[in-house]
Every structure is written in structure tokens, then in C-alpha cells.
Design a protein around this ligand. Structure first.
Ligand code: BGC
Length: 729
């Protein structure tokens, strides 16, 4: 449809019809069921309002969506097709590792491919929009939603943001693409105390410098929607924050697409205490620039009347509706309301073999090897006992995955059996969750202690009779994700007891951890000879674990979020400020920054991860020591694989600005390169350093660089000290 036609359509619509476009229904209103992640608003919708709603979230199924579109369009005075939206977070039916794990691949290329596959599967099943990428910077592992973010670093998250938007959206006219919706705008990743939905206080400088870049990168790539966040940012709820949504998002970042609230977030402004009732909340929302009210019904209940009473200008409604119609138009829905929905195609696409292979490759690339005392890779001739509640658990996907065929997930046992080896034994060992443990859906009751005793006895006998034990432990998928905040960073006590007891009969333990957040793993690492973090690896998880443990693929992931030594260190992240009393990170010195009972260094820092070989780095060489704006300095290192196994190293470039008009982080990531290196091979890796990489928000809040000395650090982790200096003149 041409622009004129779109505008004509808008002019022809009644106020009620226009408001309808701004309403998003939850699935259950139309189908009687669907995922519900919070309360809906106080307004009861009329049949007419339901008929005129512009979009719905949370419905799956090609045939169901086809029927729904047909039915709803008949009710629409102008036959405007609906938008179907869903949280396709890390895969649709072929499930990939959780986003935090995707961050650990340090491979935007791979991540882009996973998103393209997710888009193709989702589009064939009739979906138009995915509520992804989630780009909230995360620094507090207590928050359950860290699993949804690529991690703690603005630069890495920005590269992942671009990859995800490109993968999902590409050219939106293509039938195998869906529109991307970045979220949660903004600052949702730093809730006080790690408590979900809690308030966020961030200085404007920290917000702009650390939290905004990834959102900005997604907008620059053309991301079509933005979702507001639940939280207040410096005391103002995002869904009513004009500064955030108009000044920053639209004016500064140049966003032209659709803004949608998070689930019920408009009416939640009443609970935040900034609106007296739903009517006032609706007014705040539209004035701030929220185009679609996700399920709170505040717009449905009050917007038309607010316009009629002259309290809200109809112009605001028109602008919002035009953006929504534009999105529908760009998706081609006016010409083809059923767009890509195709049950036969979906049948062929879902879980296609090459998609599964990509899931296997990605999962293996996301695993992070934290410790290895010469025990990995396992020899295929060894007798190995595979023990733990994750050995046969098919729920190897994160909290946002709802595969229609969960039985298609490859368990660890199946992955090991797929190698066709003898000498393998398998045991459950213990329950996954402790008795009485809270989950999102009630409390776990482990009904039978006798069963637990039997499992333990069997596991210990197997462990004693084997040369190696692989313990598959971790967090249940419901222990992270939305509403998955925790006050401890351990695994359930029953699993810890299993580990301690197995250790008494066989010290040759490899622990594989399945989790949705960084955990405090000091004791686990101490009791294990090797520790591999497998996160929530998805459909091909079991195969990927077997591949990596037997050395058919090499571990290559690097942490995208710091692993603390203890819960008390949280929030802990590598790019912190220096303080006036800097401490040596691995020592305790009183009256210096830190604690009296623990060092400040985390157990495993951002960027850390081992391989089956070792890499050495030459000193950093710079092609010159002085730089003017507009010039480039080339920083190089030679990286050598010094072992006898091939490997892949992620070479990381950090920059430090030791003296500026405001305190600067101890270092910030500015580049990375994945380098495959055969055993014994050396390669020169170079990075170009340019003045824009040195900018920050100065004392007057100008985004600029300041002349002076800079340090360049290049290595295989954020704690590298391999550096050189140059001066910006
Ligand atoms: C979450 C969003 C999600 C939305 C729709 C909310 O509870 O915060 O991330 O996209 O629900 O499911």
C-alpha cells in the first residue's frame, strides 16, 4: 500500500477503530489459553473492542493463526489484519542456547544464523513479530533474567544486537523474516537487589555509556519495535517516561518504529504511584509515546474518552496508529494477510536437519570450560559413569522456550549413546530440586526418600566402578528467567551432597553445569577436576555435551558475564571504576577498596574460558605511539597455539583511559576476533584503534575523547595485563 493510501485509511477510521490498533490482547482472550506472565488490567473488554484489537501475543500454531486472522478480519470495519507476536527468544522449535550462552560464543555470525532459523520457523507458523532481542546489560546474577541477555558488556552486547536484528529481520518483505522488538527499554537489567521488576537507579552517565549502546546498535540496524520496561528508571516508569521515549529513543537514537509497553506495564504505573488510576496511566503512556498497550487495557478503557474530552490530542493517536499500520504494511499484510503462514512448509521446516546441526554447533561453541586438570577431553575407551539429574533430563532449554515436541531434545545420555561407545553407565543420582523448593509453578515435592536413597547408592556404586565420573548438575530451567530471581547462587543442596559423596569414592570428576546465570561455583570447582558450563543448551544440548567432552569439538566459549567467588561480591563485573583506594584484586589489604573476608577478584572473569590447548601471546606492538583524531593506530599481537590440539581462541582488545575528566572503567572491551589455530600454529592478529573508540561522556556530558595517555590490552580474558601505551594528542 502506498503512503497516501495508508494515510487515507487512517483518516477513514473511527476513533474506536484507531484505539483498537493500539490494543494488544493476551492469547487467552481469543483462545481460552496461552502463556500468562502477569495480571491484566482492570478494564473488561467488550466484544467490539476484542474484534477491533490490532494485535495479539502468545499464540502458536500455523492453522490456529490462519483461522484467527480470518475470523478477526471479518470483525474489522476496514479488514485490517492483526499482528501476531510471540517471545521467540532463542529459537522457535529448534531451540538454541539461551542468549547469555549465545553471548559466550563471541560469534555474531553464528548468532545471526540462529536468529534467521528462528525467524524462518516462526514466520512459517504465522508469526510476524518476535519480542527479541533482549538487550538489557546485566551485572547482577541474582536477577533471573540475566539468562535472556547477551551479557555484561556494552560492546559485546552491541555486536550481538546487530546480529540478532539482522538475523530476524533482514529484508522484512521476505517471507522467512519477522520483525524484531528490542527490549526492555530501558535499564531493566539493573533492578535493586536483583529483584525482578524492582526499581533502577543509574546515573545518566552510566546509563548513556553502558546501558544505551546495545539498544542503540539494534535501532541503527533498523529494529522495528521497542518494548518499554517494567521498572522505574531514576524514579520514572519507562512506559510514562517522555524523556526516555521521545528525547532519547526518538530524537537522539532516531527510532521511527512502534513502541509497545511490556505486559500490563501501562496500568502498572498506578502501582508505581505515578498515576491515580488506569485513565491517568493511559494518558501518561500515550503522551510518553507508547503506541501499543500490551494487555493492560488502559488504552481500551480510556483513550477514546481522553481524546473526546480534549485531554489527549487525537494527533498523538494518529501518529501511533500510523506507525502500527506502517509496520503491517512493511510486513506485506495488507496484500497478504496470511503472509508466510503455511502448515506444509512449517512441517518441513521445523527441526530441519541443518537447523539441528546449527543448534549443535552453536551449543558447543557456547560452552565455557572453567577448569581442566588434564582430565578432558575424555578418552572414548575409558569407563565413564554419567551421573546426575541432567543426564536424562530433556528440559535443556531456558525459561522462554516452549517446544511443541520437547521429546525432540537430545539428552546427555542420548548424546553419549550416539557416540556408539561401550563402558558407559548412567544414573540419576538425586532429584533435580530439593524438597519444598519453590518454583514458578508451586513447590516441588519429592515424594519418595526411599527413591533418593536408591538413586544415591546406585550412583556411588557406579562412580566407584568407573575410571571417570561426569556429573551433570545445575539449576532447573524454572530457576532463572522472568520471576526467577534468587538470593543464592548455588545449585540445589541435594545435588551438592551428591557431588561431595561421589568425590569420596572417585576424585576423577568432570562437572557439567546447566544453568541460566553465573553461579558461585567455588566448592563445585574445588571438588571437580574439570568444570564445563553448558548453560541451557537447547535441542541439541546432549549431542553438544558429548561432542565437547570427547574432544570431537573443542571448547571455545568465553564468559559473557563474570562468575563471582561468592554471592556477597555481586554485582561484580570487569569494567568497574577504579576507586581512590584501588586494591590488588587477589589480595586483601585493609583500608583499601574491598572486603575484609574475601578478595575483590571474581572466580572467573568476563572473557575467560579454557580450551584443550593453550595459547601464548606476544607483547602488544603498536605501529605508532601518537594519534590525532582521524588517524588510526594498529595494535597487533602474535597468538600461538602452544599445545598439540587444534583450538579456537577469542582474542580480546581492551582500552583503558587512566586520566580523564571523570572516573573511567579499569578497562573496556573494544574489539574481539575469533581465531582458529592448529596445534603449533601462530597468527598475527591486528586491531585498528580510532579516536571514536576513545570517547565517553565527559564532565559536561559531551560524548567526546580527551587527549592524553591510553593503554591497550590484548589477551584471552578481561584480566590480561599484556599491554602497550599510546598518546592521543
Ligand atoms: C516480559 C517480556 C515479554 C512479555 C510478553 C513480559 O512479562 O517481561 O519480556 O516479551 O511478557 O510475553
Amino acid at each position: 500500500m502506498t503512503q497516501e493510501k495508508l494515510k487515507e485509511l487512517l483518516q477513514d477510521m473511527s476513533l474506536e477503530e484507531k484505539v483498537g490498533q493500539m490494543i494488544q490482547l493476551p492469547a487467552d482472550v481469543l483462545t481460552g489459553n496461552g502463556l500468562v506472565t502477569g495480571p491484566t488490567g482492570t478494564t473488561q473488554l467488550t466484544e467490539d473492542q476484542i474484534g477491533m484489537a490490532g494485535s495479539v501475543l502468545g499464540i502458536k500454531g500455523a492453522e490456529r493463526l490462519y483461522e484467527l486472522q480470518k475470523r478477526q478480519m471479518e470483525k474489522q470495519p476496514h479488514r485490517i489484519p492483526m499482528l501476531f507476536m510471540l517471545d521467540v527468544i532463542n529459537g522457535f522449535e529448534t531451540i538454541f542456547p539461551i542468549p547469555l550462552a549465545l553471548g559466550c560464543t563471541f560469534s555474531p555470525e553464528l548468532v545471526k544464523e540462529t536468529c534467521a532459523i528462528a525467524a524462518a520457523e516462526a514466520a512459517a507458523c504465522g508469526l510476524h513479530v518476535t519480542f527479541s532481542p533482549m538487550l538489557d546489560l546485566v551485572r547482577d546474577a541474582r536477577w533471573g533474567r540475566v539468562m535472556e541477555s547477551p551479557g555484561e558488556d556494552p560492546y559485546l552486547n552491541s555486536r550481538m544486537a546487530e546480529a540478532m536484528v539482522e538475523g530476524y529481520q533482514g529484508d522484512l518483505r521476505r517471507k522467512d523474516k519477522v520483525a524484531a522488538c528490542l527490549k526492555h527499554f530501558a535499564g531493566y537489567g539493573y533492578p535493586e537487589g536483583g529483584r525482578d521488576y524492582d526499581n533502577v537507579e543509574l546515573s545518566e552517565r552510566t546509563f548513556m555509556e553502558d546501558y544505551l549502546p546495545a539498544y542503540e546498535a539494534a535501532v541503527k540496524k533498523g529494529c522495528r519495535l521497542v518494548m518499554t520496561s517494567f521498572n522505574t528508571l531514576n524514579r520514572i516508569p519507562s512506559s510514562g517516561n517522555k524523556w526516555l521515549l521521545r528525547k532519547i529513543l526518538r530524537d537522539k537514537m532516531g527510532f521511527q518504529g512502534v513502541v509497545i509497553s511490556d505486559y500490563s506495564a501501562i496500568e502498572e504505573m498506578v502501582f508505581h504511584g505515578v498515576a491515580a488510576d488506569a485513565r491517568e496511566a493511559a494518558k501518561l503512556g500515550i503522551e510518553a509515546g507508547v503506541d501499543i498497550d500490551m494487555v493492560s487495557n488502559a488504552y481500551a478503557g480510556h483513550l477514546a474518552e481522553l481524546v473526546r474530552s480534549g485531554e489527549v490530542s487525537e494527533q498523538l493517536v494518529d501518529e501511533a496508529v500510523l506507525r502500527i499500520l506502517q509496520l503491517k504494511n512493511d510486513l506485506g499484510l495488507f496484500e497478504e494477510p496470511f503472509r508466510a503462514v503455511d502448515s506444509a512448509l512449517a512441517e518441513k521446516l521445523l527441526l530441519r536437519e541443518d537447523f539441528r546441526q546449527k543448534a549443535r554447533e552453536t551449543a558447543a561453541a557456547s560452552f565455557v570450560l572453567l577448569k581442566n586438570e588434564g582430565i578432558l577431553p575424555l578418552k572414548k575407551t575409558e569407563t565413564i559413569a554419567w551421573i546426575g539429574p541432567f543426564v536424562e533430563n530433556p528440559e535443556l532449554y531456558g525459561a522462554w522456550s516452549f517446544p511443541e515436541k520437547p521429546e525432540e531434545t537430545v539428552t546427555v545420555r542420548q548424546g553419549v549413546e550416539g557416540k556408539g561407545l561401550s563402558h558407559m553407565t548412567f544414573a540419576q543420582g538425586c532429584y533435580l530440586m530439593d524438597p519444598g523448593c519453590p518454583t514458578k509453578y508451586g513447590r516441588v515435592i519429592n515424594p519418595c526418600d526411599e527413591q533418593a536413597d536408591l538413586w544415591l547408592r546406585e550412583a556411588l556404586e557406579m562412580a566407584a566402578a568407573s575410571s571417570r565420573v561426569v556429573l551433570c548438575l545445575g539449576e532447573h530451567r524454572d530457576m532463572s528467567g522472568e520471576a526467577g530471581s534468587r538470593v543464592s547462587l548455588g545449585i540445589p543442596e541435594g545435588q551438592m551432597e551428591l557431588l561431595r559423596k561421589v568425590r569420596q569414592v572417585n576424585p576423577n570428576i568432570v562437572t557439567v553445569l546447566f544453568c541460566g546465570r553465573p553461579l558461585a561455583v567455588k566448592e563445585i570447582a574445588g571438588l571437580s577436576r574439570a568444570l564445563l558450563v553448558a548453560w541451557m543448551p537447547g535441542t541439541e544440548g546432549g549431542n553438544a555435551v558429548a561432542d565437547v567432552l570427547f574432544g570431537d569439538r573443542v571448547p571455545q566459549g568465553k564468559l559473557s558475564m563474570t562468575f563471582p567467588r561468592t554471592l556477597g561480591q555481586v554485582p561484580v563485573y570487569y569494567n568497574h571504576l577504579m576507586t581512590g583506594r584501588p586494591n590488588s584484586p587477589r589480595e586483601i589489604h585493609l583500608f583499601k577498596n574491598g572486603y575484609m573476608d574475601e578478595v575483590t577478584a571474581p572466580l572467573y572473569p568476563f572473557g575467560y574460558g579454557l580450551s584443550y590447548t593453550e595459547f601464548s601471546y606476544s607483547e602488544v606492538s603498536l605501529d605508532r605511539r601518537e594519534m590525532k583524531a582521524g588517524e588510526t593506530i594498529t595494535a597487533s599481537v602474535t597468538v600461538t597455539n602452544t599445545g598439540d590440539t587444534d583450538g579456537v581462541e577469542t582474542v580480546q582488545l581492551y582500552i583503558r583511559d587512566p586520566a580523564a575528566s571523570v572516573a573511567r572503567p579499569v578497562r573496556t572491551l573494544k574489539g574481539f576476533r575469533k581465531v582458529p589455530l592448529a596445534a603449533g600454529e601462530s597468527r598475527k592478529v591486528s586491531f585498528s584503534i580510532e579516536e571514536p573508540m576513545l570517547t565517553f561522556y565527559d564532565i559536561d556530558m559531551n560524548n567526546t575523547s580527551e587527549p592524553g595517555k591510553f593503554q591497550v590490552l590484548i589477551g584471552g580474558s578481561s584480566d590480561t595485563e599484556n599491554g602497550a601505551e599510546f598518546v592521543l594528542v
